[in-house]
Design a protein around this ligand. Sequence first.
Ligand code: SF4
Ligand code: SF4
Length: 338
Amino acid sequence: MKMETVRLGRTNIVVNRNGFGALPVQRVNMEEAKVILKKAYDNGITFFDSARAYSDSEEKIGEALSEVRQKIYISTKTMATTVTDFWKDLETSLSLLKTDYIDIYQFHNPSFCPKPGDGSGLYEAMLEAKKQGKIRYIGLTNHRLHVAREAVECGLYDTLQFPFSYLASKKEEELVDLCKEKDVGFICMKALSGGLIDRSDAAYAYLAQFDNTLPIWGIQKESELDEFIEYNDNPPIMSEEIKAIIAHDQKELSGEFCRGCGYCMPCPMGIEINQCARMSLMLRRAPSAGWLSEHWQEEMKKIENCINCGKCMSHCPYGLNTPELLKKNYEDYKTFFK
Ligand code: SF4
Ligand code: SF4
């Protein structure tokens, strides 16, 4: 196997360029998850990313991979905002992952960048956990560019996890370069932009141009895993065909579109914003039949109930005018349906 590897900045962790994002394994049962996770390991994937917030994802990793714990790297996350919750989360993660240490422990999308002396006590708790040997490196995940930049610039974080794909803006590419300059590992989430990118080879080839980025592909099915395993032996390169796909998608998906991250949820009126606000794109980029089902017709109709409270908009890390976007998508949906 001649697989490509990535060095995660100052952690000096070197792993296969295909990391495993364990959010989607929540949606399959334990047996299926174990098969997928073990197969990933058997085929050279050694980096697994989870989170306390991903229901039983940590438990599935623990069940599937505890026997090879020393040979893999695990990153997980806490959304704790208090020191008490921080320790509760850490102990729960350790126990579910069936391990006594976590390689990279990350603050999960905090609204600010925790630092020593900021009064939250969170960064101090990280340091204490490190001292106790329960975690090896300190990381932060975020969707907000300013929090991410602060984490990289302050020198307190070993890794940053941030959305990054070939639909990224110049500012996001600069963030990757900044990580390289500061020797901070860049763990890249949403490399397929929440399902909008359907060519994983193009996604892979784009990211491979940045030698410090480690994509963690969200994998739920064995067929998806097989695609990435194939890249161990035949890593996609930036061919003319792939360049053309990327240029086409960048043109079609430039500007203000919903990435489906869900940070604007829940909506008090029960609108499934993270799907409904990008329905026009999904209808045209994925097989449309599923999106025209009775279920989705009902979900889209809920947009009529939007009370314009603005809650979604204030939480959108991409600064989208979400209520307006929803209405545009609804109008388009009705036209498409006809
Ligand atoms: S503005 Fe509309 S869509 Fe957004 S949270 Fe409020 S009710 Fe929901
Ligand atoms: S509207 Fe914004 S916060 Fe909500 S899912 Fe889309 S990109 Fe994410």
